[in-house]
Every structure is written in C-alpha cells, then in structure tokens.
Design a protein. Structure first.
Length: 389
C-alpha cells in the first residue's frame, strides 16, 4: 500500500515537472499576457488535482486585488471582481507577509478574512504564492479546493515554480511594452524633429531666395544660388525621412532623381537646353550617407550648370549602381568645355574652389574615394565616386 502511494506521488511529481517545463517554454515565447495567465491558472489547478484556481493582480497601489484570470468560477468573476488586500483575503495576506500562505480549513481561519466569492463557491482550502517579478510583485497565484486539504511542501513548491515562471514572463512582457512605448515616443519625436528641420530649411531657403532677388551684384547672386541649392539638397533628405516615417535608410536613387531634376529645372533659364541623363539603379543607404552624397551631387551639377556650358547647351549625367558586395559607384559627368588646359594636355585634374573642397571633404566622411577624369566623349568633366554601404 505504501509502495503504491509512493508511486502515485512520483507519477504526480513527474507530471508536474513536465507541465512546468512545457509552460516555461510557452511563457518565454508568447506575447499574450491574458492567455498566459489563463493557461497558468488552468495548469496549476490540474497539477494539484483541483477544479478551481485564480490569478489576482495588484490594483490601486495595493489596496485591492483584481481576479485577472482563473478557472472554475461563475460568470462575473474573472476580470471583474476585486477582493480586499492585506488581512482581508488569503491572497492579500500572502502579499503582506511575502510568503506562501496555505489554509487547510477556511472556516477555522483566524489570520485573514475569507472573501465572499470563496464561500459562494464552497471553497474549503486554499494555497497562495506570490508572483514576485523583478520589480514590485504582480500579484498572487491561488489554488482553491472544494474539499478540506492539506497542501504539502511539494505542492507549495510546484505552485511557486509556476509563479516564478509567470513572474519572469510578466517582467519580459512589461519590459517589451516599455521599450515599445519608448521606441514609439522616440519615433514620434524624431518625426517631429525631421518635420521641423525640413520646415526650417525651407524657411531659410526662402530667406536666401529673397536676398538673392534683392541683390544687384551678380557674384552675390551666384553665391546665394549656390547656398540655396545646398539647403535644398539637405531639405530633400528630411522630406524623404518625413515621408517614410523616420526611416534610418532611404532609397538613394529616388532622392538623387528628385534633387537633380530640381537643379536642372531651376538652372535652365529662357532658351537654355541643358539636359539630364539619369542612370540610377536602386540603392538603399543610411541617412547620413544620403545627405553627404546629395551635397556632393549638388556641388557637381551646380558647378556644371554654371561653368560647363557657355552656350547653355549640353548634358549632365548621373549614374548610380552597386559594383561589388558592400560597395556602390556614383558617376557624375558633363559634356561641357572641361576644366583647364592641363586636361587637354592629358593631365586630368580635379576642379578647384570651395564647392570642390566640399566634395573632397564629404567623400572622406563617407569612407569613399573619388577619381576625376575626362568624360567618355573626351571632353567635359567626369568624377567617379566609390563608397561603402
């Protein structure tokens, strides 16, 4: 008889350990807290051979406990009923002492009050363990028996194991929610910042445009025009970011197409016939690289528009394509008059000036290299920029 009882105990212990292992795996994967709590209460009840269990969550700064999940209760209990904390309930007493609480006979209990919901359901014995977690406790896991029962040390250990797994899962979900909320707030702030930067750049561009209009000095007008183009290049980056909801990477080909089209449209005046030849393959790059490349393209195209075509007739070509794994090539070329006598002597040289110094500096910032040559028609200027992505 004793051997039979030991075998039953061993079988029950093995079943409980298996259930805990399965529940633990599920607890660390799911994102549905309510389903997890419901499953925990059902499995805990099954593991101890009872038909009722509940999980109570602390509410109102510990003044009461909400029956968040459970099994075996009448309608109107789960998710709706709150019971007293502290000495007003066995679960509250467990939270108050910070230790497991078991009561073999609720009718004889003097440590705490018995909630009416337990009497209505004919509960005779209860066991409670605290769901602790990393911060403040979440609440209590309670097992309820309709028959008088003595909960053993093994029973309490089984319940505490469930409670510990629940606490770990709850902490993980709580942290995930906090991180998600922080991420959403950061994304919202970033989007607002990008919107403001875009608007501020447009405002500054408008001010510069007004100054250009008011100026009677041709050299000052060219300087204002150059500054406006640089501001436009930066503004377009922030426009792309705003459209794509603060993405950290943007399609470089789309950005350069819009930028170049704007530059050519603004630079063609009257009878000018300067065309744009775009050969842009899809390349996605981080925002900082896109900003630098936009300024580089702006400097080259603006320089070509201002100096390469004295007869106001020609073509500016921009080509973008991946070349090697992790590398992209950007080719900028015009078929204008070229840069200097040195080139006609077979010695291609990079153009000089503030704009071209800016190109050199920006190329270095993105870890790229640039080579200046004649264009394919053996005239004009060509720059071949290779950079990592």
């Amino acid at each position: 008889m004793a051997d039979h009882a030991r075998k039953i105990n061993r079988d029950r212990l093995l079943e409980q350990m298996t259930a805990i292992a399965r529940f633990g795996g599920h607890a660390l994967r799911t994102d549905d807290l309510q389903a997890l709590l419901q499953e925990a209460s059902a499995l805990a009840a099954k593991g101890l051979g009872v038909t009722r269990a509940m999980i109570l969550e602390i509410e109102f700064e510990g003044q009461s406990l909400l029956v968040r999940a459970g099994i075996g209760w009448h309608p109107g209990v789960i998710g709706k009923l709150s019971i007293g904390a502290g000495s007003r309930s066995p679960a509250g007493h467990a939270l108050q002492t910070g230790k497991p609480v078991a009561s073999e006979d609720l009718d004889a209990e003097a440590r705490f009050a018995v909630p009416e919901v337990l009497r209505e359901h004919g509960v005779k014995s209860v066991a409670n363990v605290v769901i602790k977690g990393g911060g403040r406790p979440f609440g209590v896991l309670e097992i309820d028996s309709d028959e008088r029962r003595r909960f053993t040390r093994e029973d309490i250990g089984f319940l505490q194991s469930y409670a510990n797994l629940l606490a770990a899962a709850i902490d993980r979900l709580r942290t995930s929610r906090e991180l998600a909320a922080a991420r959403d707030e950061a994304a919202l702030l970033l989007r607002e910042l990008q919107h403001r930067v875009k608007n501020n750049l447009q405002t500054i561009t408008s001010i510069v445009r007004i100054q250009k209009t008011l100026s009677r000095n041709p050299e000052a007008q060219r300087s204002f025009e150059t500054l406006m183009n640089r501001l436009t290049a930066l503004s377009l980056v922030h426009k792309q970011l705003y459209i794509h909801n603060g993405a950290r990477r943007i399609a470089l080909n789309g950005y350069l197409e819009e930028l170049c089209s704007n530059l050519i449209t603004a630079g063609n005046l009257g009878a000018d016939d300067i065309k744009l030849d775009l050969r842009l393959e899809r390349v996605v790059v981080p925002v900082d690289i896109a900003s630098s490349l936009g300024l580089i393209v702006n400097e080259f195209v603006t320089n070509s528009m201002q100096h390469a075509f004295p007869d106001r007739h020609g073509t500016v070509m921009v080509a973008l394509a991946p070349v090697d794994p992790g590398k992209v090539r950007l080719v900028l070329a015009d078929n204008g008059v070229g840069r200097s006598q040195a080139e006609t002597a077979g010695e291609p040289v990079a153009p000089s000036g503030l704009g071209l110094q800016l190109i050199k500096s920006l190329t270095g910032q993105i870890g790229g290299t640039i080579e200046w040559t004649r264009s394919v028609e053996d005239r004009g200027t060509e720059a071949i920029l290779t950079f990592p992505v």
